[in-house]
Design a protein around this ligand. Structure first.
Ligand code: ZN
Length: 178
């Protein structure tokens, strides 16, 4: 396994639609393992393949468990497709490893049903609720070239992107002084 570089907005690959896999291979499993290691290192709770420069339609996530935050609960998802959403919405303050240190409340369906393949090519269809529902929708958005800021009003999005530019500039200046 290896930690890969995370792509930062406005890299154009974040706006590309990912392509479904015809079959799950050792290369796919290696990609998923690298993505998990990269996500845990960041640290984050979800990562889509285009965030490390691959256009395969795969994502990883680990929102932990409610009773024991320390137990890892990684989920590896290949070719996800949302097959149902609840009318009820929930709101979470979202962030993104590709938009570092910027956060905003986003409304999304509280429960979603997702069809996908696991790392052994087995078919699954299951419900995601709570933080997992938000996380899986955020990551599937990535695979379709959509970022969480796209769900905000123009005003909020522009403010956040301005703050991101400032943050990245200051971070690069700090790096230059090291
Ligand atoms: Zn993200």
């Amino acid at each position: 396994m290896s930690i890969r570089n995370i792509v930062i907005e406005p890299d154009p690959i974040l706006r590309k639609k990912s392509e479904s896999l015809y079959q799950v291979t050792n290369d796919t499993r290696k990609l998923l393992d690298d993505m998990l290691e990269t996500m845990y290192d960041a640290p984050g709770i979800g990562l889509a393949a285009n965030q490390i420069g691959s256009l395969h339609r795969v994502l990883v996530m680990d929102c932990g468990s409610r009773d024991d935050e320390e137990t890892p609960r990684p989920i590896k998802i290949i070719n996800p497709e949302i097959t149902g959403v609840s009318e009820e919405l929930s709101s979470y303050e979202e962030g993104c490893l590709s938009i570092p240190e910027q956060f905003a409340e986003v409304d999304r369906p509280a429960v979603v049903r997702v069809k996908y393949l696991d790392e052994n090519g087995q078919k699954h269809e299951r419900l995601f609720e709570g933080l997992e529902a938000t996380c899986v929708q955020h990551e599937i958005d990535h695979l379709d070239g959509i970022l969480f800021v796209d769900h905000l009003s123009n005003l909020k999005r522009n403010m956040l992107m301005k703050k991101l530019k400032k943050y990245l500039k200051e971070r690069d200046e700090d790096d230059a002084h090291d």
